[in-house]
Write a protein that binds this ligand. Sequence first.
Ligand code: GDP
Length: 474
Amino acid sequence: MPDHQQQDVIQEEPIAAIATPVGVGALAVIRISGRGVLDIAQRLFRKSGHPDFQLRESRGFTAHFGRVYEREGLVDEVVALVFRSPNSYTREDMVEFSCHGGPVVVRHMLQALCDAGCRLAEPGEFTRRAFLNGRIDLLQAEAIGEMIHARSESAYRTAVNQMQGNLSMKLEQLRQRLLESCALLELELDFSEEEVEFQSRDELKEQLMQLLEEVQKLVDSYRHGRLLSEGVATVIVGKPNAGKSTLLNTLLGEERAIVSHMPGTTRDYIEECFVHEKTMFRLTDTAGLREAAEEIEREGVGRSYKKIGEADLILYMLDINQPDWLREAEVIREFRDTYSRAKLIVIANKTDLSAESASRISRLQEETGCDVAGVSAKQGEGIEGLLRLMSGMVEGLDKLHDASVLVTSLRHYASLRNAGDAVENALELLSAYAGTELIAFELRSALDYVGEITGKVVSEEVLNVIFDRFCVGK
Ligand code: GDP
């Protein structure tokens, strides 16, 4: 954001953290950032072959090979990379030490840095400083967190887009437009004695309607953005013994769920993730949907229904060899209508046991109007076809929306909805010829809601929630 760049840098107290995973590795990177870190580094670091070298005088983006010493002597051979404010990740002065990647080496390095004046960093503290110093906005900071945690190609792509700042730019445009309308209205209030209109009400209405449309588009993109970033919430439902646990194991490729010959042993639900092609599926296996005669099963089934309500994708599984296979079509239709928000795929299982699978599958298709995948969960047959149907959920989503301005986080979605509501209120007030003050108030709150997303208006509490999700050293 252009105005971010010009912000003054505040150098906070010096912090230190390991930036690479803890454990044994070829290298570990330890970074320090804040007021006086070049002096701190200078106290510990001796450049090889240059006894008079002054690290604190070193230019930014230069690397120096040398040794780090603590009171007891040599700690390690390292490369020290110097960043000078404001050209660093946090915009503060920073030094990154690459040392040998062992837990004890790292402990000594951190101890030496703390003895020299640093304190250990909190999770996300480096990125938090980057935000507070205006190098990135809140959306971009969150995108960095999402990128690190991304487990699928889609989640990674959406995070990269957000980090580039396209959504930030879009929101900033919306904010500027709101700000203009708001400022004109507030100016009118200053001249209230004279009853002037700096912007005709028709013009304002036209502008707000356009704005609302754009906010609405972003709100709508969340439905898809969430699938890409968080994965598809998927539930497997069906009568006990249909083969749900077996399918779960086949999909996950390992024995996670307890497979059992007794009906109804999957008492609770478990959630596991797997990635197919670019998409992550979050799979929940539910307790059998048979009417829970046994008390012990009731709790499990109750929770299952809640999970079904939250699902993006329902896999309804039945044993195609059971005498009542066709009667289940009615239950499936009911499911389809009750949970119409989700996509429903019918899985006709145990095709290995029946010669009539093919005709039964077409019949089920006719009766339910759903896609039906014939599989043998046990033998792994038909799984590719099922995965193809499942992937259909997210195919083409990027063509439906401008992928670079997709809303992927619940926090952004909620703020945008609030902003949209406020603009809608303003429009209603306009139609009712309400006072300027009331309209200005609604626009002001819409402005705040949009500002909440990029971090223009944000509480300490929200910042804590966001940065606590980061790891130490990021
Ligand atoms: P759930 O109650 O729906 O979770 O069903 P399970 O996965 O526990 O499976 C019930 C029984 O059906 C087990 O004995 C499985 O080995 C068996 N089973 C599951 N899938 C298949 C399949 O595709 N073919 C055959 N022949 N048996 C299966």
